[in-house]
Design a protein around this ligand. Sequence first.
Ligand code: 5GP
Length: 112
Amino acid sequence: MTTVFQKIINREIPAEILFEDDICISIKDIEPQAPFHALIIPKKVITRVGEADNEDEPILGHLLITAKKIALEQGLEQGFRIVINNGSDGGETVPHLHVHLLGGRRLTWPPG
Ligand code: 5GP
């Protein structure tokens, strides 16, 4: 199944791209849950963290480092949140692994 993120990576549908390299792409979320809400998506189709292979470890690390770099570029020195939803109970709606990066307001805890 081709997900919306694969279509964005392939430039079949538009997105506001913040960053891209050989391993991942970062886009603004279409339905932001905070003043700043980006997604960092690996180009390799890993369905979800729960299905990542041991060999995907460098990719998973790269997603977090990229999220940190984007957060600092966006001026989120006051703090930010990184979220990965996994499976239906975890709130995952697109079965292509993605890291949410949220900031720009005081985020509450626990999440819903
Ligand atoms: P999940 O619920 O799977 O953790 O996150 C999926 C995210 O993708 C949601 O926050 C949703 O708003 C975002 N999203 C879904 N479709 C699109 C799209 O076509 N473009 C962009 N930029 N974001 C999308």
